[in-house]
Design a protein around this ligand. Structure first.
Ligand SMILES: Nc1nc2c(ncn2[C@@H]2O[C@H](COP(=O)(O)OP(=O)(O)O)[C@@H](O)[C@H]2O)c(=O)[nH]1
Ligand SMILES: [Mg+2]
Length: 439
């Protein structure tokens, strides 16, 4: 998700770096690539134009800073513009007022019911951090889709929330019952799940309008399926015209959607994307953060330039072995050790960090880098004291094996655990490379 610019970006950056200087000419080329990438990601044409123009006016005539490469500077400009388009730097953290009613709206299948469970789970987790527990009520007026209400009841049990079923099956009467129950029960929050349709439908909007007038919810969230691309923008506009809403939850960002919808939504509707859904489970929810998403949109270019440098320097045989396992999608600890040797052959980590766009301006303390390099030394020692079988299937490392390995490497067991954690993270990169079709 959100990676629509990254592939083109690695091309842009490498071209610009060769050029030595930002000129009108190579900006034009780079801008063309940005335009193409956005269009491919299903960002509406008019918005693409607005974005490209804003990057252009920022970039042209800008003095090149002496300590960074022109390509890096261009990346930074695009990054800043992306962030501005998606809500700016200072996203105010979203909180639900207590007590309040939250109305959840959206088309059928967009993920309303699932999202309610996720949001409740999120709210409870945040409350626990502050030593609290929220008293949350869930209720549904979705009489349109069979078993929709049962689905909410089942979910309520897995997320520590109460559930109320109205006796009437007429939405307006049911809402009265729900509100009475909410007020009597002294709940902190009420989430009302509503009925959707497959497409925008006047009857659905009218019904929502009536419920809205009765309940007067403090928060109205629109659930949008990111897989529907540009269509989701039309949906959001229709809801906003008729019922209005405060913010959106964008679901299914774990699918192969390219994230263009998120980009367009924020700019076109001028409303925040509060949450994003990244899977079917209740903890597959994140707060939307413009800075992180902008980073992700551009993020893979850096990984690519690292790979390019690695490819030049690594011994042919090592590379082939690594490629074979990457192709298979299985990364073993052997490969992991080999990667660490590669990094060492390429020079210090500090040098490698220069290839990360944006990192040039980040203040990385020398102690941090030293620690990372020390860790790598320990990791190599730990892997060295494992049996070949343990290297292939680290999951067999139970506590007694871990103790033996730690002793052999002269480290603490916590270091072994840290290695296994880093190894897991590194597997994510393998997925990333595969997705890019790089291997
Ligand atoms: N992969 C994925 N699936 C989701 C996500 N959110 C919801 N779903 C799935 O989308 C389908 C419809 O969700 P549901 O909550 O019933 O939609 P509703 O009709 O709007 O209430 C279900 O199969 C959900 O598991 C998400 O973020 N990622
Ligand atoms: Mg539902």
């Amino acid at each position: 998700m959100f990676d629509f610019l990254s592939r083109k970006f690695s091309e842009i950056v490498s071209k610009l770096i060769d050029g030595g200087k930002l000129t009108e000419n190579n900006i034009a080329q780079a801008l063309e690539s940005v335009r193409e990438a956005l269009l491919e990601a299903d960002v509406p044409y008019e918005l693409v134009n607005v974005f490209v123009e804003s990057v252009k006016s920022e970039a042209v005539g800008k003095k090149i800073l002496t300590n960074i490469k022109p390509g890096e500077q261009f990346v930074k400009i695009v990054y800043d513009q992306l962030q501005a388009f998606m809500g700016g730097k200072d996203n105010v953290p979203f909180t639900f007022q207590i007590p309040s009613v939250v109305m959840i709206m959206g088309l059928q299948g967009s993920g309303k019911t699932t999202s309610i469970a996720k949001i409740v789970h999120y709210v409870q987790k945040e409350a626990v951090k502050r030593g609290k527990k929220r008293n949350i009520l869930l209720a549904s007026v979705d009489y349109y889709r069979p078993a929709a209400i049962d689905q909410l009841e089942v979910l309520s049990q897995s997320v520590q929330a109460s559930f109320f079923r109205a006796s009437s099956s007429k939405p307006i009467e049911a809402v009265h019952e729900i509100m009475n129950h909410f007020k009597k029960g002294g709940y902190d929050l009420l989430f009302i799940d509503t009925a959707g349709r497959l497409h925008i439908d006047t009857h659905m909007l009218e019904e929502l309008n009536q419920i809205d007038a009765l309940v007067n919810p403090r928060h109205k969230l629109l659930v949008l399926d990111s897989m529907t691309g540009q269509e989701s923008l039309a949906v959001a506009k229709a809801f906003d015209e008729r019922v209005k809403f405060h913010g959106a939850m964008l679901t299914k960002l774990d699918s192969d959607t390219r994230g263009g919808a998120a980009f367009a939504f924020r700019y076109a509707l001028k409303k925040p994307i509060v949450f994003i859904g990244t899977g079917e489970k209740i903890d597959d929810i994140d707060l939307f953060r413009a800075d992180r998403v902008s980073g992700r949109i551009l993020g893979m270019g850096d990984v690519l330039s690292l790979v390019e440098k690695a490819e030049e320097q690594v011994k042919e045989s090592d590379k082939n072995a690594l490629e074979r396992s990457l192709r298979k999608g299985a990364l073993t600890l052997e490969d992991f050790a080999c990667q660490m040797n590669m990094v060492q052959n390429m020079g210090s980590l500090t040098n490698l960090m220069k290839y990360m766009p944006g990192m040039g301006s980040v203040d990385i303390k020398p102690e941090m880098m030293e620690r990372a390099e020390r860790e790598m030394k320990f990791f190599r020692a730990i892997i060295g004291s494992m049996t070949p079988k343990e290297r292939l299937c680290p999951q067999i490392l139970d506590s007694s094996r871990k103790k033996r390995v730690a002793k052999g490497a002269g480290v603490d067991v916590t270091m072994v655990n840290l290695l296994l954690q880093r190894f897991e993270e590194s597997k994510q990169y393998v997925k990333l490379f595969k997705k890019l079709g790089r291997f």
